[in-house]
Design a protein around this ligand. Structure first.
Ligand code: GLN
Length: 189
């Protein structure tokens, strides 16, 4: 049976576990390096990227996570998880895994609109729009040649990207009852 780890240091990990159960896969909340063994995929949930990064550092997870991604373990990073996967963060000293060739800017949507919801066209999920919830989301300001854009806001700003088996999204697909985004991730596995 497919087993997906969900990094459970801080943030919205329970919601991902719920959705993955609805899709019929086994999950494991991951807090320690030994819990990374035998996973078919890993979710890096949203939350507070500095906190997640510091906890990952103290628990000795940074190097094992990098190693697993290099070995081809599919990973899905949401919001703070997207920041954690990025090679560069323009406006923060946060330590990241530096796995995706993107430069991001934390909390970059500006005060009035830093949290918003919108129905978004996500071509990989079919024709029905996806209800995308953004919560103090980062902006992806620069994208390397190996990174594919999977979804954009109407103004052209990339919000969901993929590089090999790594997928990252600025919006939260776990906060709703639409299973299509997680289903897409399971298909990569
Ligand atoms: N603002 C958070 C950060 O910078 C991310 C928010 C989220 O994950 N919803 O880390």
């Amino acid at each position: 049976m497919t087993k997906i780890g969900v990094l459970a240091l801080q943030g919205a990990f329970v919601e991902h576990i719920d959705i993955l159960h609805q899709l019929g896969v086994a999950t494991l909340p991951v807090r320690l390096p030994e819990e990374l063994a035998d996973l078919d995929g890993l979710v890096l949930p949203g939350g507070e990227s500095v906190t997640i990064s510091k906890l990952a550092h103290s628990f000795g997870l940074i190097e094992p996570l990098k190693q697993l991604a290099r070995e081809g373990l599919p990973m899905l990073g949401i919001c703070a998880g997207l920041i954690f996967l990025a090679k560069e963060v323009a406006n923060s000293e946060v330590e990241t895994l530096r796995l995706m060739d993107i430069r991001v800017k934390r909390n970059a949507f500006g005060r009035q609109v830093d949290s918003f919801e919108t129905d978004l066209m996500v071509p990989i999920l079919g024709e029905k729009l996806f209800h995308a919830i953004f919560i103090r989301a980062p902006i992806i300001e620069k994208i390397g040649p190996e990174v594919e854009v999977l979804a954009k806001l109407p103004d052209g700003l990339a919000v969901t990207v993929r590089q090999g088996k790594l997928v990252a999204s600025a919006f939260h697909p776990e906060l709703g009852d639409d299973l299509r985004f997680h289903h897409y991730f399971l298909n990569i596995i």
